[in-house]
Design a protein around this ligand. Sequence first.
Ligand code: MRU
Length: 341
Amino acid sequence: MRTIDWDYEKNNIIMIDQTLLPVEYRVIECSSIDSLCEAIISLRVRGAPALGAAGGFGVALAAFKCNASSLDAIIKNIENAGKTLIATRPTAVNLSWGVKRVIRAVEDARNIKEAKMFALDEAKEIADEDVKKNMQLGEYGASLLEDGDTVMTHCNAGRLACVDWGTALGVIRSARAEGKDIKVISCETRPLNQGSRLTAWELMEDKIPVTLITDSMSGHVMRKGMVDKVIVGADRITHDAVFNKIGTYTHSIVAKEHGIPFYVAAPVSTFDFEMFEDEVEIEIRKPEELRFFGNRQIAPLDVDVYNPAFDATPMENVTGIITENGIYYPPFLIEEVKIRV
Ligand code: MRU
């Protein structure tokens, strides 16, 4: 199934619980905004485009579960739910983009029935569009890859991070669909190991050759000539920087040092070109994620911890940004993005 979807019988959200992979594949339901917020915060659903769909379906869920008898009350309810959802993860811009887009669609409703219908139709549209955009983006990106290339990636920008297909991994899937022999090096992505748990799992499911390394090995493999290109996803692209999973910035510096192209693959909904790096809030996660590995304590319980979930890679380290509208090269002009949005 898709990473996240709607159950039309129960009018609930269904999703693959990504915290259980690769040990267990389980589909869970969210029947309330509270359970959806819990799923987002604990990364049962994660990755910028999947969060966009979660935000959209979340607004639809708020509309369906609201028993209010007036349209105004339903609208108030979904606006409050939207605020709660947006606050769960501040860095990935797609979440607020998905929420706002569905709320806007509901504004045209003339009655409660239409409010529910418009919300669900728009949320479904976001999910369907995501798959189409990723496949389009994948085709553009595939043109950058040569037969025999090894691509290094960080975190999980695959189908699990989207509704389907993936952004960075979508490029690899598209290139392989064209018959190119592409191999992947996946960084494990501490502290929550999206690279080892999710990227390695989904590539192996598709029989795409993947080798797992620790994040600290990226310099070594690039210096050894084992990497032809780096492709990562993005959580937010501002005027001057690309926000992605913590560790991305370090890989970009090593890639630049070794003359290895560093690409970002992301839908246009991830662009926030009116903002600058310093204005973006980076999500700080719990110290327990570094003090424990699963249930096992791996640090003194009272050690001070700094645990930002994302970092910013300055544009000068980025070779190109692969989108569903084409590939952007430096200088990444705001005018150009605006025209193409
Ligand atoms: O904390 P996560 O797992 O949601 O972080 C995800 C990433 O950083 C991805 O690289 C990004 O969202 C792009 S997904 C296509």
